[in-house]
Design a protein around this ligand. Structure first.
Ligand SMILES: [Cu+2]
Length: 462
């Protein structure tokens, strides 16, 4: 096959050389000039054909790829500030397209229109004030407009959370640290506050260098993917442990360098859930083909938002992909509920030599107690729901009433930072369940008492 190709290429080269020679001979016979004019016609015509083909390819491929282009088709931004970025891009695209098509047309049209022909002479002019004014002023005005509107958009998008938002805790904060080659993600846990860290504390069990004497670190957990509730403002702290990385969420128009030694941030609000995004893609032919990684699913079904590294940071750069999910508030609460017990401290540091609270008995730390009380409420809810599934008729309405009470208790148990409040929620849940469940076993009663009256016997280390 390769040989065949080689022979074809050699033969084609010989063919072209022979043709050229033949034309040279012809020009000697017919006269040099006549031959040149004819060649000019031919090449100028070819140029026009190329121009039309090239510009048509540009237009057709643009239209064909719209289902993949950010800012077009189904890919309108999934964040609150995203449309601003898209409009800046599209405004720029509008002007540059005019310039692009104008230039390409002029390039080939002029070559054709003013090709060398018999009796045609080139004009020469040294200077034209009016023309120069036009080609300086028009770009200057357009550039000024683009820069000023771009700057406005930049200031709007890059604004940090306001002091009022900080005071009202109207946003959530997470952290992403780039390293060769992964994103280390950290959530603040139940207290909504990321604990302090310092690079000198980084070691095998402490990838971020968290300071375990800072209690804010105790509930911080390191998930493998980002999950965000739709409509909630998020502030991402962006760090790097080694070289330059870049925190890039294409569908949200979020992009920020991760610089070692210089923390950066990005504030954005996701407004389209992963599910809604899939539904958008569903209507596009391009997204209805089998997914490459997951051939059982269509592309739209397999879609997930992604966090990528957008700074070529080394050999494993490509492997820095992380999945990002935008979910409803209830789904987020469920996810958080399941994951908060994976706190990095509890699972990797608690009870080891690095644990500043190792003298505190297991289960006695505030956070451990909060988790334990939540588990009690969840167990009550499960037994109640089990009974509801089995029951029918009149008793169901009372059970629903009890379920509402337990769900309210669960809400408290999931979010409170106060051990007493968590204990009260657990006791309320027990009482509500007991009031409707058929067998009021006498042994249960003292347990409720003990939970309600039990106080923290051991001093919490401060
Ligand atoms: Cu990277």
């Amino acid at each position: 096959m390769t040989w065949l190709l080689l022979i074809i290429i050699v033969l084609a080269a010989v063919f072209i050389v022979q043709i050229a020679r033949a034309r040279e001979l012809a020009s000697v016979v017919r006269g040099e000039k006549a031959e040149e004019f004819e060649r000019n016609n031919f090449h100028a015509g070819l140029g026009m054909v190329f121009m039309i083909g090239f510009l048509l390819t540009c237009i057709v491929s643009f239209i064909y790829y719209i289902p993949y282009l950010l800012g077009w088709g189904p890919n309108t931004a999934a964040s609150l500030h995203g449309p601003t970025v898209d409009s800046v891009f599209n405004t720029t695209l509008f002007f540059t397209s005019i310039v692009f098509f104008g230039c390409q047309f002029a390039l080939f049209f002029f070559a054709w229109r003013f090709r060398g022909q018999k009796g045609r002479r080139a004009k020469y002019w040294a200077h034209d004030d009016r023309l120069e004014m036009i080609w300086m002023l028009v770009p200057a005005i357009i550039m000024t407009f683009l820069v000023v509107s771009g700057l406005q958009a930049w200031n709007e998008i890059m604004a940090d959370v306001t002091p009022e938002e900080v005071a009202g805790e109207d946003y959530m904060e997470i952290e992403a640290t780039g390293m060769q080659f992964a994103w280390l993600l950290r959530y603040p846990g139940r207290d909504q506050k990321l604990g302090t860290k310092h690079f000198t504390k980084i070691d095998g069990t402490n990838p971020l260098g968290q300071d375990w004497t800072d209690k804010k670190n105790i509930d911080d957990f390191h998930p493998s993917e980002i999950v965000l509730p739709v409509g909630k403002k998020v502030r991402v702290r962006i760090n790097s442990r080694d070289v330059l990385h870049n925190f890039y969420l294409p569908q949200f128009r979020v992009k920020m360098d991760a610089v070692p030694g210089m923390p950066t941030y990005f504030v954005f609000t996701p407004v389209v859930t992963s599910d809604s995004m899939r539904n958008r893609y569903k209507n596009y032919e391009h997204w209805n083909i089998p997914d490459k990684q997951n051939p059982d699913k269509k592309r739209w079904e397999a879609f997930e938002y992604e966090l990528a590294c957008a700074e070529l940071c080394g050999r494993g750069h490509y492997s820095m992909r992380r999945v990002l999910k935008v979910v409803t508030e209830e789904e987020y609460a469920e996810w958080f509920d399941g994951i908060e017990a994976t706190s990095h401290y509890l699972n990797n540091v608690r009870g080891t030599d690095k644990d500043p609270f190792k003298d505190v008995a297991k289960g006695q730390l505030e956070f451990e107690q909060l988790l334990a009380q939540k588990e009690i409420v969840k167990a009550e809810l499960a037994s109640l729901q089990e009974a509801m599934a089995a029951a029918a008729g009149a008793s169901l309405s009372k059970m629903e009433e009890a379920e509402a009470k337990v769900l309210a208790a669960l809400k408290i148990a999931r979010t409170t930072l106060d051990v007493d409040a968590a204990k009260k929620a657990a006791a309320d849940a027990k009482a509500a369940t007991m009031s409707v469940l058929a067998q009021p076993e006498p042994i249960e009663a003292p347990v409720i008492d003990s939970v309600t009256t039990d106080t923290v016997s051991e001093e919490q280390p401060s």
